[in-house]
Design a binder for this molecule. Structure first.
Ligand SMILES: NC(=O)c1ccc[n+]([C@@H]2O[C@H](COP(=O)([O-])OP(=O)(O)OC[C@H]3O[C@@H](n4cnc5c(N)ncnc54)[C@H](OP(=O)(O)O)[C@@H]3O)[C@@H](O)[C@H]2O)c1
Length: 326
């Protein structure tokens, strides 16, 4: 019998239930996929707690890797036996499962150089890093970035990629242990934002100028300091809101802080075009397959431990990527 983690109401980690599910045969455009590994992403907590409203009951998780078991009518991008990975948003909900039906559209064939576990640990976080590094800003060697939650899943990939581009990387973390991990993955400097003044430290580290770009995945607690860390006409990238949503603000603030730019991007809009998705995935697979970027899987869970996995992620116990191994 296939198993899945589902939820019937929004709330804390305890709303997640591990259940038996019937999978059935794929319909037109669908495949039946046997999962080998499943990604645990911060976005999963937004679905669970209602930040991203969805109809309930529903499945949990948006990213996994596995093997195609059966294909429905009209599927031409994959065949039975293919090793694949996927990530998405509403279109891929239900990834916390041993086996599932899914539309074939989001599936990406895995090269032999990428293991299933690595794929589940990086399809969301790595493609996000790929567009953040290659599409958001025209980076030149010597440009500087401020990267919040630098020891996290997205953080460790972005910091390594940024070094490959020759950027100066300032990372924030909440502990000395995380600072060491961040420095070992490319951060030139780390700031412990639980007790240091981020904007002041960034000014000190950039000769008073500020950074070209801030990648802010923390939101509420870091927003103001992020704007104050940017150079004139710098770019604020609101990547996520791990500490809570950013309160409403008047755009005139951007003028007063130095004619800043601000974007709140979503991965879905950078992989909507199949050619662009293939290009971003190709760069990611190339960097990871050749060892230039290492995917650190620092937490492994069983699917039935999803409640604990969410607790660990939200209580800031994790570093790097977390996966469920099926
Ligand atoms: N926009 C997009 O396209 C996109 C795509 C993927 C992911 N994301 C976002 O990128 C971020 C990173 O995702 P991830 O899965 O790799 O998670 P993660 O960074 O591994 O985990 C979140 C980290 O945020 C930091 N944090 C700061 N304040 C926090 C708080 N109050 N509560 C909990 N954590 C807090 C913690 O690091 P410290 O202990 O060092 O503070 C924590 O480890 C998330 O915000 C996610 O939503 C955005």
């Amino acid at each position: 019998m296939a198993k899945a983690v589902r939820f019937y109401e929004t709330g804390g980690p305890e709303v997640l239930r591990y259940e038996d599910v019937e999978v059935g045969d794929p319909g037109p455009g669908q495949v039946r996929l046997r999962h080998v590994a499943v990604g645990l992403n911060y976005a999963d907590t937004y679905f669970r707690n209602g930040t991203y409203p969805i109809p309930l009951p529903n499945g949990m998780g948006v990213e996994a890797s596995g093997v195609v078991q059966a294909v429905g009518e009209g599927v031409s991008n994959v065949t039975v036996g293919d090793r694949v990975t996927y990530t998405g948003f509403l279109n891929t909900l239900g990834a916390y499962s041993t086996e599932r039906l899914i539309s074939a559209a989001p599936l990406i064939k895995l090269p032999d150089t990428i293991a299933f576990e690595t794929a589940a640990a990086m399809t969301m976080r790595g493609l996000t890093s790929s567009y953040l590094m290659r599409r958001i800003y025209d980076f030149k060697p010597g440009d500087s970035i401020l990267l919040h939650a630098a020891a996290g899943g997205v953080g460790l990939i972005v910091s390594q990629w940024a070094k490959l581009l020759g950027l100066k990387v300032i990372g924030t973390v909440s502990s000395e242990a995380k600072a060491e991990i961040a420095r070992a993955h490319g951060c030139d400097h780390t700031i412990n934002y639980s007790h240091e003044d981020v904007a002041q430290r960034v000014r000190e580290l950039t000769d008073g100028v500020g950074v070209n770009v801030v990648f802010d995945s923390v939101g509420k607690n870091t927003f103001a300091g992020s704007l104050d860390s940017l150079k004139r006409r710098g770019l604020m990238v609101c990547v996520g809101t791990a500490s809570g949503p950013i309160p409403p603000f008047d755009p005139v603030l951007l003028a007063m802080k130095g004619s800043l730019y601000l974007t709140r991007p979503a991965l879905a809009d950078y992989i909507a075009d199949p050619a662009e998705k293939a290009a971003l995935a190709g760069e990611l697979f190339d960097h990871v397959g050749s060892g230039r970027i290492k995917i650190e899987i620092n937490q492994h869970y069983a699917l039935q431990d999803a409640v604990q996995a969410h607790r660990d992620l939200e209580s800031r116990k994790t570093t790097g990527s977390s996966i469920f191994v099926i």
